[in-house]
Ligand binder design. Structure first.
Ligand code: GLU
Length: 424
C-alpha cells in the first residue's frame, strides 16, 4: 500500500490494484446493487501477527503473518495460507478478495479470506517449519474457526502444515476440530480428490472452453508456468486428453520440447529438483523466452502479475487458463481481449480446489466420507454449471469471461449484503 496505510490506496501494479480495477469494470452490470459495491473494495477485517520462534541454532527469529477476512456476507471466510518470502498484507488482501469472488462464482456458501507468512520455508528445518506454523495458527486463532474462517493450503503449504494447524487450533479449544482447516491428510478428516482438485478444475473448464472455441485438444500445444500442485496436475490431464506440453517453467527455469515433454519422466524429477533437472528431455531456454514459445493454450499456474502487457502481446496462445490467482494485469487483459485470446479467469478456472475444500468441510461435519468418484462427479458438475452461467452472461452483455464472472459473483455477494442489511 502507499505510504498512507489505507485499504483504498493500492500500490502501483499491485495485486490489490488489479483487483480494485476488476471490481470497477463490473459496476455497470450491477444495476441497483451497485449502491453496495464499496463493500467489495475493502476487507472486512485484517490481522497482522508477529510469529516468533526459536531457531535450531538457538537464535530467536520473528516472521510477519497475516490473515485477512475480505467478506463474509455469504458464509464463513475461506481461503488458503501462503508461505513465501515476498508475502505482504496488500497481497493477502487481494488474494482474500479473489476468494470472495471465487466462492460466490461457483456458489459455495462461503465468503473470502486468505493468510500468509513472510518466510522462505525452503530455508527452515522441518522443526522450524512446524514451530512457525503452530505459532501463526495460535496467533490467528482469535479469528479462525470451523464456523468463522477456514484456512487451506496455498503456495508452499501442504497437508502436513494443515495437520499442524488443525492440531494447534484443536489444542487451544480443547477438542478435535477437523473442520477448522481443509486440505488435511486423508486419515485426519481430509477428502479424496482434494490434492488434484485445482488442477482438475483447470482441466474441466479448459476442455469446455476449447470445445466452444472449436479447438481440438488432440495435438494442442500447451505452455505451463508453475509446476506445483496446480500446473503439473492440469498438464497431466491435458496430456491424457492428447495435448502436447511444449514448455514448462518453474522457479528453477524453463524447459521446452516442441514434440511434447514426457510428463511421466518430468513430473517425478520436477517434484524433487525442479524442471530444469530434466535436461535430457528438452531444451533449457532463458525464462523470458517461455512467453514466445508457439502454443495454443497458456496455463499460468504460478504467482500474480505474470502476464504483463508486453507478454500479452507476445503470446501465440488462443486460450489462457488461469491456474494461478491474479496472473494477468488489467492492461494485459485488455490486450488479450483485443487480440481475440480467450481468458478463463482465475476466479472460475482454479475454483476446483476450494470446491473440494467445501466437500471436505461438509464431510468433516457429517463424519461421513465420500468416494473419489462421487467427489469428481460433483466437482465437474459444479464447475460446468458455473462456467455455463458465466458464458451466458458474457454473451448477453458482450463482455469478457472475467467481467462476466465478477457480474455473477458480485450480484450474489451484494444481494446477500443487502438482504442482511447494515448493523447496527
Ligand atoms: N488456496 C486455494 C485457492 O486459492 C484453495 C483455497 C481453499 O481451499 O480454501 O483457491
Amino acid at each position: 500500500m502507499s505510504e498512507k496505510l489505507s485499504f483504498v490506496n493500492p500500490t502501483a501494479n499491485s495485486p490489490w490494484g488489479t483487483y480494485l480495477s476488476q471490481v470497477d469494470r463490473v459496476v455497470p452490470y450491477l444495476g441497483p446493487l451497485a449502491r453496495w459495491v464499496e463493500t467489495l473494495k475493502r476487507p472486512k477485517r485484517a490481522l497482522i501477527v508477529d510469529v516468533p520462534i526459536e531457531m535450531d541454532d538457538g537464535t530467536i527469529a520473528h516472521f510477519e503473518g497475516y490473515r485477512v477476512q475480505h467478506n463474509m456476507s455469504r458464509g464463513p471466510g475461506k481461503g488458503g495460507v501462503r508461505f513465501h518470502p515476498d508475502v505482504t498484507l496488500e497481497e493477502v488482501m487481494a488474494l482474500s478478495a479473489w476468494m470472495t469472488i471465487k466462492t460466490a462464482a461457483v456458489n459455495l456458501p462461503y465468503g473470502g479470506a486468505k493468510g500468509g507468512i513472510r518466510v522462505d520455508p525452503k530455508k527452515l528445518s522441518l522443526q522450524e517449519l512446524e514451530k512457525v506454523t503452530r505459532r501463526y495458527t495460535s496467533e490467528i486463532g482469535i479469528i479462525i474457526g470451523p464456523h468463522t474462517d477456514i484456512p487451506a493450503p496455498d503456495v508452499n503449504t501442504n497437508a502436513q502444515i494443515m495437520a499442524w494447524m488443525m492440531d494447534t487450533y484443536s489444542m487451544n479449544v480443547g477438542g478435535t476440530a477437523t473442520g477448522v482447516v481443509t486440505g488435511k491428510p486423508l486419515h485426519l478428516g481430509g477428502s479424496l480428490g482434494r490434492v488434484k482438485a485445482t488442477g482438475r478444475g483447470v482441466f474441466v473448464t479448459g476442455r469446455e472452453a476449447a470445445r466452444r472455441l472449436g479447438m481440438d485438444l488432440r495435438g494442442a500445444r500447451i505452455a505451463v508456468q508453475g509446476f506445483g500442485n496446480v500446473g503439473s496436475v492440469a498438464a497431466e490431464l491435458f496430456a491424457e486428453a492428447g495435448a502436447k506440453i511444449v514448455a514448462v517453467q518453474d522457479h528453477t527455469g524453463t524447459i521446452v520440447n516442441t514434440n511434447g515433454l514426457d510428463l511421466s519422466k518430468l513430473i517425478p524429477i520436477a517434484n524433487k529438483e525442479g524442471v530444469v533437472a530434466f535436461k535430457a528431455g528438452g531444451d533449457i531456454v532463458p525464462n523470458e523466452d517461455f512467453w514466445n514459445v508457439a502454443c495454443d493454450i497458456l496455463i499460468p499456474a504460478a504467482l500474480e502479475g505474470q502476464i504483463t502487457a508486453e507478454r500479452a502481446q507476445k503470446t501465440t496462445a488462443k486460450l489462457v487458463l488461469e491456474g494461478a490467482n491474479g496472473p494477468t494485469v488489467p492492461t494485459a487483459d485488455d490486450i488479450l481481449a483485443e487480440r481475440g485470446v480467450l481468458v478463463v479467469p482465475d476466479v472460475i478456472c482454479n475454483a476446483g480446489g476450494v470446491t473440494v475444500s467445501y466437500f471436505e468441510w461438509v464431510q468433516d461435519f457429517s463424519s461421513f466420507f465420500w468416494d473419489e468418484d462421487e467427489i469428481n462427479v460433483r466437482l465437474d458438475r459444479i464447475m460446468m454449471n458455473a462456467l455455463n452461467q458465466i458464458w451466458d452472461t458474457a454473451d448477453k452483455h458482450k463482455i469478457t469471461l472475467r467481467t462476466a464472472t465478477y457480474a455473477v459473483a458480485c450480484e450474489r455477494i451484494l444481494m446477500a449484503r443487502q438482504e442482511r442489511g447494515l448493523y447496527p
